[in-house]
Ligand binder design. Sequence first.
Ligand code: GCB
Length: 583
Amino acid sequence: MLFPQFNSHRQVTALSDFWNFRFDPQDAGLSNSWQTGFAEGRPIAVPSSWNDQFEDGRDFLGPAWYQTVFDLPWGWSGKRITLRFGSVNYLAEVWLNGQPLGMHEGGHLPFEFDVTALVQSSDNKLVIRVDGRLAHDRVPPGNVTGDAADFFLSHDGNYPQAQFDFFPYCGIQRPVLLYVTPSDFIRDITIQTAFEGSHGHIHVLVENVAESSSDVRLQLMGHGHDSTTEAVPSGGMAELDLDVPDVALWSSATPNLYDLHIELIQSEEVVDSYSMKVGVRTIRVEGNQLLLNNEPIYLKGFGRHEDFPVVGRGYLPALVVKDYALMQWMGANSFRTTHYPYSEQMLDLADQLGFLVIDETPAVGLYFREDGLEKRRALCQQYVKEMIARDKNHPSVIIWSLANEPHSTAPQAYTFFEQLYQQAKSLDSTRPVTLVSFLGMDEQAFEFCDLVCLNRYFGWYSQSGNLDEALPMLSAELDGLHEKYGKPILLAEFGADAIPGHHAQPPEMFSEEYQAELVVRYIELLRQKPYVVGEHIWNLCDFKTSQGVTRAGALNYKGVFTRDRRPKLAAHRIRSIWRPSEV
Ligand code: GCB
């Protein structure tokens, strides 16, 4: 799926700003008046979560209604026009000029509609009903009730009752774009790269709707290279191979990117074009190692959240830049998109700045009770497909994560994840696939996953306050896991809550000293295990959660930075390990 862009054949505009908005607490079918006309509402910022914008409705998860009115830009009439939503959490139903366009389930992934037939040159009424309510057959799930024997309710009793540990922010959370393409256009591009010695190779698959009279031309530029290749599509597809002598490989230390320019040509006229950045690199698991460009890599980084006061999970470009600045200052080279795919802009910057990304679907807190299982399975399959379609061309994305902490002791979990694993591999054979588990030895999916990703909180949720007891347990478990599965292991989460400004010597729980000591001692231990390929601290920053007895102020305080991005003691201590020469 291509991100919309401006060039001499394409244009894009954002329908951002203040929209008209209304909560619909009775689910009273405001639909008639709100689908067709402009009803009484209040202003809301788009994109942004709705929860923290008003004095009422923070915990209201929907349904709610959004409306806006737009005119087409000059010159767009008669062109192919698409309406694209970057992320609406959770369930979106969309109408344009009173006509239904369709619906999309699941946040954090884009969806779009061809609106050519419905759009007018002026006074277009766009209406979206958003339902973010938590339900047992949604993914991620919430409001799960019943027998706890076949699943854990680790977040039982929290409010709102999410089956996961972050606030269930709702609304139109990423930009709504309107874009125009020619009627014969480049529909999709898939890049795969390889190299031998200093010779790079780029395979490009171009999908278009053009007839066989078209040609596809590629130009690759950068790092002293400039070459052009052409191919005639067959069956609506063109496959092209580009050779890159003296290739400048993409890596974390040298995030070299080439410029690829693709043109669709009919009767010697260029009718469409698309430009993108390409990084040449390989990634694979071999033995105990994770190899980037055939060299072992070690991941140093974080789990994070798209989370900030007032905007909630709304896209905030300055925050994207800030979080990269913090991670660079720390000496991190990696992060996981816990627990949903982050914005496309976040990944563009990862390509540019050389961050190694584990890209995770929104499947957090899954459980395997039969009730609603088929629906949850279908949603997980949809998410894998949409995530790979969106992110497949980013060199920064090195691993796909199918889920975080599924409650997968049930026998059905094996087939559930094996199917998702096979699906991911068939969509993209070039990247390792995993899931992130808290079960450890009992995680059935580790039998087929390419690497083992474990979340561990010894010294926090168990062996609380007692690191001398906690560390040997971690050590023994890691050794056991490696013996059982013989795969590289990433410690994908570890950490402790620290209330900013709370100090204790000797260190004790919730103090900055205890968080710092726990994280540092974990890292020292991980570095002694040759099969460990990385350390991802939980979390980069404090973040908002549902209310519950374990979350003071409805915050998870495991950030090494505060929610407003100020460092705690742990940040300095970790920096001295990750960037020793700078401290
Ligand atoms: C976990 C979850 C993460 C939580 C974290 C915690 O294992 O993956 O979403 O926030 O623990 O702090 O409890």
